[in-house]
Every structure is written in structure tokens, then in C-alpha cells.
Design a protein around this ligand. Structure first.
Ligand code: PLP
Length: 396
């Protein structure tokens, strides 16, 4: 008889996004004439940069000619793509060589699949609130999960507790959902903690392109000691609008060793068995993103989202509402006014002004009473939503 992986029984059904979408659909059905503005989604809305589209088209043309046709790509990505990522790191002062970079189909796959190379008896530390993928993937793998509390008191940037041992540590900065960023000192404390615990940090930098303030590191490899304890995962999804195109990259320093085992080699072994690489046209697109002109073009889209984030953050300030994010992050994480619960505020905002966001408690217990809005929407919708939001809060 086939046996099921009963670790799946321990997963919480994804009530959050299912409930958000069910409640929104019910509201639309009951109020077909009402305008609804969605600021809940984490997906981008602006198109790919023209230089990226051209590069991908050119890649397709090459595949259509016998002389330039390509079959299976290299598991770890083409040299030209890895070199482009390496040069990008260099542009903000981080030395990562092309042969430490592995091109993938996005950060979600690698942040969840990396568990394949770690045994089941590792203790995994995640923050609370957290991007749910880290939790669910490790529940599927049967690992014990412990939490570092992110609260209003610590600015949603938890520090390591030396009394508690962890083997694998997930950090995400700028953070989804809180928008909070770890500064160099805070990140150094995590690196030191990881080294003293012989632990590995899985550092998710999917939102690094939103960092504008110098005091925040864009890569964990800006921190001394990180090459001895960290793996970094990043993505073009939010950097360059690749949510539908699918491309990202993982960095594993060549000297990173656990239990006398080289992690790059172990991951490569896993990769070459379970993954057949990212398509050539998409890797051409990645190369174009990191060209001089590409970086200029993607900056325009990033600035658009950053301006949306500012509009939302300024509204929170005007309304006297506590929040994190908005600067260095596309997310704005705010305290529900008048002590309301996350779901209570969700219903209130939807019913009163037709604006949809994401209730914080869906990301963990510390998200209760907090709420996430995103800056990935349309500018006019963002402006209109914030005008309505101000009226809602001021009339209360
Ligand atoms: N990591 C974080 C923190 C995210 O918020 C997301 C997507 O929202 C991802 C990874 C997934 O990114 P990708 O589209 O590269 O799989």
C-alpha cells in the first residue's frame, strides 16, 4: 500500500488567501456596483522592461535556428547569466563569484526545496510573522519549527536569543509581510549566532532592490562571517517583474561546509537530479535586467512602486497610525486602528470603502491586530484608496 507523507496533516489549510478572496468575491456579488480596490496582492502589475522583452525574443529566435539552437541548459544556469548576477553583486560592493551562483525559477522553489539537503532532525527557526512557505515546507519535511517573535516593541526585527538553539535559520529582509529591514548590526548578531550554533542561515533577499537607505545591507554577504554560515536566495520577481516569467538565483559560498560536507556540492547533487535548469530565453532576459540599460529601465518600475509605497506610508503618518515598511520595502504593515482585530479591520475597510488588504494574523500569531498593504497596484488606485482610507479614519 502506498503510504502518505503524514507530515502534510500538520499543515494549516491556507485560510488566509482563500478567505480574503472568498470574502472579496462575496462582497462583489452582493454589491455589484461598488468599486473595489485591491491592495492585498503581492504580485506586480507593471510590464517587463522593453530591453528584457527584446532579449527574450532574441533568445527565442536563436532557438529557432539550427546553428544557434540549444537543448537542456546547464543545471546551475548559463555562465553568461551567472556572470551577470556576479557583476550585479559587485555593483553594490559584494564579491560573489559566478561559480557560487545558481540560476533558478524563483525564490519560492529554492527556499522550500533547500530542506532536501538537511536531515529531518534539524531545528528550524523562523520569525513570526513570516512568509508562510518557510513554515509549510519544513512541516512537510517533518522538522521542528521554533519562532522568533517580531513585535511592535522590537520594531519587527527580532534578535537571536542565545539561550535557544537552532540549526537552520530563515531570515527575510526587507521582510514580507512587515516591510522591516535588518540593519548591519542586527544582521551581524544573527551571523554570529549562526556560527556559534553551527547553524545555516537561509537569507531571502527577494526585496533587496527596494532598499534605498545605505544603512541596510542588500545582501547577507555584506556581513563579516556570512560566507561561513549563509545561503542567499534572491529573485527577479519583484526586482524586474518576473513573477510570471520565473527566474531567480541562489548563492552558496564555495567554502560553506556543514558536518564536513560542502553545501554547494550537496545542493548541486540535488539540483542535477531534480531540476533541468531555466530556459535559455529567460536567462537572456536575466542578463538584460542586469545590463546598464536594463538596470535603468527596471529602476523606473521600482520607482513607481516606491512612490506608491510612499503614498501609503504618508497616509499612515497623517492618520497617526503606527507602521513599518514603506521605505526600503513594497509592503506597509500597520496597526489596525482603535484596537481592531486584523479580520475585523479587513471587513470594516471592505464594507466601508471597498479597499482590500491582507490581515496580518494570516502570517503568524504576532500579526494579530496588524494589516498589510502593498505598493504593487496601480498609481491612481493607490491614491484613491488612500483618500478613502483617510476619510474612513478621520470620520471615525
Ligand atoms: N520570498 C518572499 C519573501 C516572497 O514574498 C516571495 C513572493 O511573494 C517569494 C520569495 C517568491 O518569489 P518567487 O516569485 O521568486 O518565487
Amino acid at each position: 500500500m502506498a503510504k502518505i507523507n503524514h507530515n502534510f496533516d500538520n499543515l494549516v489549510p491556507n485560510y488566509l488567501f482563500a478567505d480574503v478572496s472568498r470574502k472579496t468575491s462575496e462582497f462583489i456579488k452582493a454589491n455589484p456596483d461598488r468599486r473595489i480596490i485591491k491592495l492585498g496582492i503581492g504580485d506586480v502589475t507593471l510590464p517587463l522592461a522593453p530591453i528584457v522583452v527584446e532579449a527574450m525574443k532574441h533568445g527565442c529566435d536563436e532557438l529557432g535556428k539550427k546553428e544557434t539552437f540549444k537543448g537542456y541548459p546547464d543545471y546551475e544556469g548559463y555562465e553568461f547569466a551567472r556572470q551577470a548576477v556576479s557583476n550585479y553583486y559587485k555593483s553594490f560592493g559584494v564579491e560573489v563569484s559566478a561559480d557560487e551562483i545558481l540560476i533558478n525559477d524563483g525564490a519560492k522553489s529554492d527556499t522550500s526545496n533547500i530542506g532536501d539537503i538537511f536531515s529531518q532532525d534539524n531545528v528550524v527557526l523562523v520569525t513570526d510573522p513570516v512568509y508562510p512557505v518557510y513554515v509549510d515546507a519544513n512541516i512537510m519535511g517533518g522538522r521542528k519549527i521554533i519562532y522568533a517573535d517580531c513585535t511592535e516593541e522590537n520594531g519587527f526585527c527580532p534578535m537571536p536569543n542565545k539561550e535557544v538553539h537552532a540549526d537552520i535559520i530563515y531570515l527575510c529582509s526587507p521582510n514580507n509581510p512587515t516591510g522591516a529591514c535588518l540593519n548591519r548590526e542586527q544582521l551581524k548578531a544573527w551571523v554570529d549566532y549562526a556560527i556559534s550554533n553551527n547553524a545555516v542561515i537561509i537569507y531571502d533577499s527577494a526585496y533587496e532592490a527596494f532598499i534605498t537607505q545605505e544603512e541596510y545591507p542588500r545582501s547577507i554577504f555584506e556581513i563579516d562571517g556570512a560566507r561561513r554560515c549563509a545561503i542567499e536566495m534572491c529573485s527577479l520577481s519583484k526586482t524586474a517583474g518576473f513573477t510570471g516569467t520565473r527566474c531567480g538565483y541562489t548563492v552558496i559560498p564555495k567554502e560553506l561546509t556543514v558536518d564536513d560536507t560542502n553545501l554547494y556540492k550537496l545542493w548541486y547533487r540535488r539540483l542535477s537530479t531534480k531540476f533541468n535548469g531555466v530556459s535559455y530565453p529567460v536567462q537572456c532576459g536575466l542578463k538584460a535586467v542586469f545590463s546598464e540599460e536594463g538596470l535603468k529601465q527596471i529602476k523606473e518600475n521600482l520607482s513607481y512602486y516606491q512612490e506608491n509605497a510612499k503614498i501609503i506610508a504618508d497616509t499612515m503618518t497623517e492618520c497617526g497610525i503606527k507602521f513599518t515598511g514603506g521605505i526600503n520595502s513594497p509592503y506597509i504593515w500597520f496597526k489596525c486602528p482603535n484596537g481592531m482585530g486584523s479580520w475585523e479591520f479587513f471587513d470594516y475597510m471592505l464594507n466601508q470603502i471597498g479597499v482590500v488588504g491582507t490581515p496580518g494574523e494570516g502570517f503568524g500569531k504576532n500579526g494579530a491586530g496588524w494589516f498589510r498593504l502593498t505598493s504593487f497596484g496601480d498609481r491612481q488606485n493607490t491614491i484613491d484608496a488612500m483618500k478613502l482610507f483617510k476619510q474612513l479614519i478621520n470620520n471615525k
